[in-house]
Design a protein around this ligand. Sequence first.
Ligand code: DON
Length: 312
Amino acid sequence: MNLDQSNLQKLVDDAHARHSKTSGGANASYIPYLAQVPSHLAGVAIVTVDGKVAFAGDADYPFAIESISKVCTLAAAIDQVGSASLRHKIGADPTGLPFNSVIALELHKGKPLSPLVNAGAMATVSLLQAKDTEARWQAIVDIQSALVGSPVKLSDDVNRSEQDTNFHNRGIAWLLYAANAMYCDPMEACDVYTRQCSTLVTATQLATMAATLAGRGHNPVTGKQVVKAEHVRHILAEMTMEGLYEHSGDWAYNVGLPGKSGVGGGLLAVVPGVMGIAAFSPPLDVAGNSVRGQLMVADIARAVGANIYDKQ
Ligand code: DON
């Protein structure tokens, strides 16, 4: 694949031109802040493992990271507790159910199955070694910033909107506690999880995070090793299983790349050894994945022959 700067620019320009005005989907409405983000926004970015950057459209518009934060916390936790413990306590299977499903927990005796659904994400937050709530929160700000290659900040507006409405997640946190699957105070885990969803990022930052995972944990923008190289394959496996929730199988079938979405409209995909691709556009499909984001990322993946199941 030709990854010189002018070809990268053409890839993002073409994907943006083709899909930035595609209709379909709707902003998330269960979090009031997300409902009022302008739906017309659309941006796309590529960062290669050797640090080339290309972007088009609203790639520098800051939006709520939401569930993409689950990958960051997974990266911090797996480095601390190890891959065997992470798999034993959280799991590495798809739930096949919506990201906030209580039924999924009930069906598996309280084991969350994946760090990329809400139950598993709160349990993963609780696994971080931290002496108090603020230390736990700081560990998450640090790993998010290290992965995206620049400082990440909490949006007070998003956080307030989420904290005021996160009763379902509080219920899930207590169910985990009742099943001995919560490893710190459940309301602390829920509070920190809610904050981790409320930081602002851009599509270009998310492409940098994806490129860091593509480069076995080496951030091409900062030059730092952010995740232990031997853990990246497990993070990518988790993304393949549950990164786009109950549409993860469809995404693997059509695009063939580990990916992760968030209800803020962000989506990233990892082309191992090559590059990260990310997109942002608020309208979501029924599973909570950006409609235009999926189209733009899939277009670029197809154009460069990135499907990992297609390597001879
Ligand atoms: O906990 C929640 O429901 C949100 N803060 C995040 C969910 C999310 O992004 C699911 N994504 N597609």
